[in-house]
Ligand binder design. Structure first.
Ligand code: NDP
Length: 457
């Protein structure tokens, strides 16, 4: 028995290493993409060892190759009548479980590697939600910062004038992400509706409530993250009550993570933007943060005008030197490296859970796991946003609206179930307590089984 398992493990590892080596050779310059794939592949050895059919059907080589990637020119006119050109993307990765689903990111760092890493992660995250949604992602290297409202509208219209050919309520359903909120989704939706000449509300999620949007979608990722962490804490007979929390970012995910953590009795002492972070030892005043970020679109440094006793520090990594019980990275990828992870651990942090996508690099994750930190990976912990997007699609299909409470309760149930499935998968495959391995395996198996059922195509 032992020898057999050993042989299977060896075979599985060889297979996975070979697929990764080929992938690396083909995509050598796509570092973020390779990082995301490697994190998942490491978790899958026991799964392939126990399911030789996955090797026979070469599931891994098939799953890492997107169904298709669309890249297109977006030409638009700025307020000075100058023509600007950006690059748009849509990665349709896998639609075994449902229509491709994943947000649009408008940020100057957007490139094919970032799009592919996000879309790849999205496949397994979406599978974990238990909702009928496949994996995709899109965006543009357009920088919305400093643009007028009219420029944002013209850009969104130009972007959709090309994107509309590839999406549809049963084909591919984009949503927001960094740089794309309800305003941008509104402009994108308006243009899609005009071009199609039909009211296909389910083609985009993250719309404002009142014209097809779901109540609680805005809050869903942040609230979902805190619901997930509550499950982790409960396992250790703990709760948010009186815990000190640090949250990076001050965008959509961060703001609603802070709101729910405060609601559960935690003291959130810091948050940030891409220029620096604020530390308010008395506890962040969320009303002020919302006014600065949601209403004025200003820098987080202006928090000091309202709360002179708080501190502002330039730069993003310093936030991880603040002592806290719980750290919630909610800004962007690779914001916690090995050094920051070691600082958090030495300062006594007990829980780290990812609101952003891939905010911890591989070295940081390994540090957390080695130190027995309760670690909630983004794929599971931030899945609440896309889960409620799927609920928005369901409401659009049924042409009805659910109350805030109804959606919030469903979100809460989904997050509990994601936690339970990830924990069980980790236990079943011999990695008890490791939610990275557990969530990767639980999401992967759902997609792999669907691929086996569909046959080779
Ligand atoms: P937003 O655009 O609303 O906010 C992003 C925030 O992160 C802003 O405060 C931004 O600052 C800050 N930021 C950006 N880069 C850095 C950096 N290098 N260091 C520190 N702060 C930085 O985006 P979201 O809140 O929607 O998304 C945040 C993360 O969560 C992303 O990784 C996204 O993919 C992920 N996510 C989002 C979901 C959603 O429903 N929105 C769902 C699941 C995951 P500034 O204001 O200066 O730009």
């Amino acid at each position: 028995m032992t020898t057999e398992v050993f042989c299977n493990d060896k075979l599985a590892k060889e297979y996975i290493d070979n697929v990764f080596a080929t992938l690396k050779a083909k995509n050598a310059h796509q570092l973020e993409f390779l990082q995301a794939v490697e994190e998942i592949f490491i978790s899958l050895v026991p799964v392939f060892a126990q399911n030789p059919a996955y090797i026979q059907h070469n599931i891994l080589s098939r799953i890492v190759e997107p169904d298709r990637i669309v890249s297109f020119r977006v030409a638009w006119q700025d307020d000075k009548n100058q023509v600007q050109v950006n690059r748009g993307f849509r990665v349709q990765y896998n639609n075994v479980i449902g229509p491709y689903k994943g947000g649009l990111r408008f940020h100057p760092t957007v490139n094919e590697s970032i799009m592919k890493f996000l879309a790849f992660e999205q496949i397994f995250k979406n599978a974990l939600t238990g909702q009928p949604i496949g994996g995709g992602k899109g965006g543009s290297d357009f920088n919305p910062k400093g643009k007028s409202d009219a420029e944002i509208m013209r850009f969104c219209q130009a972007f959709m004038t090309e994107l509309y050919r590839y999406i549809g309520p049963d084909v591919d359903v984009p949503a927001g992400d960094i740089g794309v909120g309800a305003r941008e989704v509104g402009y994108l939706w308006g243009q899609y509706k005009r071009i199609r000449g039909a009211y296909e509300a389910g083609v985009l999620t993250g719309k404002k409530p009142g014209y097809g949007g779901s109540l609680a979608r805005k809050e869903a990722t942040g609230y979902g993250l805190v619901y997930f962490v509550s499950e982790m804490l409960q396992e250790a007979n703990q709760s948010f009550l009186n815990k000190t929390v640090v949250v990076s970012g001050s965008g959509n995910v961060a703001i609603y993570a802070i709101e729910k953590a405060q609601h559960f009795g935690a003291k959130v002492v810091a948050c940030s933007d891409s220029a620096g972070y604020i530390y308010d030892p008395e506890g962040i005043n969320l009303k002020v943060v919302k006014e600065i970020k949601e209403l004025k679109g200003d820098r987080i440094s202006t928090y000091l005008k309202y709360r002179p006793n708080a501190e502002y520090h330039e730069g993003c990594t310093g936030i991880w030197t603040i002592p806290c019980d719980i750290a919630l990275p909610c800004a962007t990828q690779n914001e916690i490296n090995g050094e920051s992870a070691r600082k958090l651990i030495s300062n006594g942090t007990k829980v780290v859970a990812e609101g952003a996508n891939m905010p911890s690099d591989l070295e940081a994750i390994n540090e957390f796991l080695a130190a027995d930190i309760l670690f909630g990976p983004g794929k599971a912990a931030n899945a609440g946003g896309v889960a409620v997007s799927a609920l928005e699609m369901a409401q659009n299909s049924g042409r009805n609206y659910w109350s805030f409470q109804e959606v919030d309760e469903k979100l809460h149930r989904i997050m509990k179930s994601i936690y339970a499935e990830s924990k069980e998968a980790a236990e079943k495959y011999g990695y008890s307590g490791n939610l990275v391995v557990g969530s990767n395996i639980a999401g992967f198996i759902k997609v792999a089984e669907g691929m086996l059922a569909e046959g080779v195509y």
